[in-house]
Design a protein around this ligand. Sequence first.
Ligand SMILES: [Zn+2]
Length: 655
Amino acid sequence: MQDENFKPIKEWQQTPTGYYIVPDDQLDIKHSKTDENNNVTIARCTCPDCSGNRRAEHKNEPCVRLDMSTGLGKCYNCGFKFIISSKVTKYRRSQPVKKYNWKLPTTTHLTPLDAVAIDFLIKRGIQPQTASKAGVRSAKYSIRGVEYYCLAFTYREGDRVVNIQYRSTDKHFAMESECEIIPWNVDACIGQESIIITEGMMDALALMEIGYDNVVSVPNGADTDLHTFDRFRYSHFDSLKTIYLAGDMDEPGEQLRQKLAEYFGEARCRIVEWRIEVPISDEEGQTKELVAKDANEMLKSHGADAVLQCINHARLCPITGVETVGQYYEKTLQIWEHGIEPGKKVGWGEFDDHIQFELGRSVIIVGEPNTGKSTLADDLILNLALLHGWKAALYSPEMFPPERHISRLATTIAGRKFRKEIVSTERGVDYRRTSIPRSMAERILGWLCENIFFVTEEKGRTIYKLLHRAEQLQRRYGVNMLLLDPFNYIQLPDGAKSDTMKIGDVLAEIEMFAHRTGMLVIVVVHPAKLKKDEQIESLYNASGSAEFRNRADYGIVLVNDNNAHRTPESDSSLHVLKVIIDKVRDDEMGYKGTCHLSFDASNYRHGPVQTKHIHGELNQFIVKPVNSQCWLDRTPQSEIDWPEEITTPEDDLPF
Ligand SMILES: [Zn+2]
């Protein structure tokens, strides 16, 4: 039997959860207030229990706060808690259908606060009356075989004690077994517009000490399972306009705040921090910061006023996953003022008209076998790095071993083979100006050391690992380009989905990564098997999924075009690539179309190809080596002007 209840048995029936059921017509409602935003009406009335016995001047005092939507009421004079009869059915529906066989603890061993408890409380700035009113008692209780003098915090709901936490003065804790765990002081929500949730009972008592009666503590500290709130969500918390999250100032406390904000909805939550700026009395304009671990420590160290200020200055809880225009106000004004910042060019003539690169985007390159997709990607990256100061992380497991890959990059930068000695011809390629002096070799390697990084190959190369590494390189070295070459080296996630869907998931991951980190991610993809005589013409030819085209911000398709008509003065040793710009998501960064690039196998450089339009005949291409100057001697950021497209004048027409 419990005898710790506030009330003797009344004439009213009770809900199984301990609220007295009071007929609606027995209430004497004095006034009510409806909140316009969430339509909650809080009525004030006399107490069906205590008002009749109070002194004449208090008999008509509206000491009850009553939530008209849930029907729960609480007397803030005597603590009487009830539900109006018309709302009982609705309330019962909010309770779980499943019956739990929780026990109720016995309370006969609880005593009023003893000297040990009173001393403990006073040392923490809590008056014994405050604790007593909140249902704190004393008890001798055995914790793991040792009997302690304990504070007993009773967990009450309606007229019942549901659970008890025992706390020895030297911080041993125990709870009743087989009893339901509920938020401590949960009925403090009844009829309130706001509630303060603390991480422990001592903090809740500290707030009560300075006058707050709307305080609830999570039952188990920062590790609390929030399912303990489920049964009260509708009846106690739904009507609240504001929920103050007043946990501790440490990592677990921060996590608890986040958990609670998500549980109750961030929009009505405010974050209380135990930290305030106060003026220094002697020095004008100077302030100092008062910080504490939690509410109780704030009260003890800095006083009631400091605690009040922390609550009053609680900031709005940020809502995760949403953004406001306000967050982009300044950046958008910049666009109004200066327009959109132009994308970056690589210096390849007509190619530059079609594509200008922007950070935070994804580029998908697909091409026929042997078109040199990887070489083009490397060349693109080197140009963006040299001309615009971007740095790159390369995941290129096919370019093995790394030193050979690096020597290829060095060759591109030098404009000639990265070799000490002159080699006149090698595998039929004419290395026109060869020989790199050691000083130049070291300069080039030095530049590569600072600007190019590698993400290494290993087992289990999931997209998450690769992106994580790239992000670490970004944080340490300021890397802002990532090359994934080729896509099929990335391990697809496990699971029952089709490969096509998994590829879509990986691409979505890449896209979000690019947006979040502001990195330009370049992905090289092999084409799907082509039918005989079929030519690849769009990103839809990429192997595995149409998502490559859907997800790409820029789509580049490479096709060999060595049979293109060349003007007689053209260099026959250079290759000609047809480049189809299949997609440019943002109009400001280019447009779809086709252009041609030359490729010099002696230095892996690409260059513009000029088109000679001759009326009535096939276009001819002027294919010339651009230059073989070392790029480190080029002025960075210099605009590269290519001559206008050459058109044969009308009077030169051959008829
Ligand atoms: Zn009362």
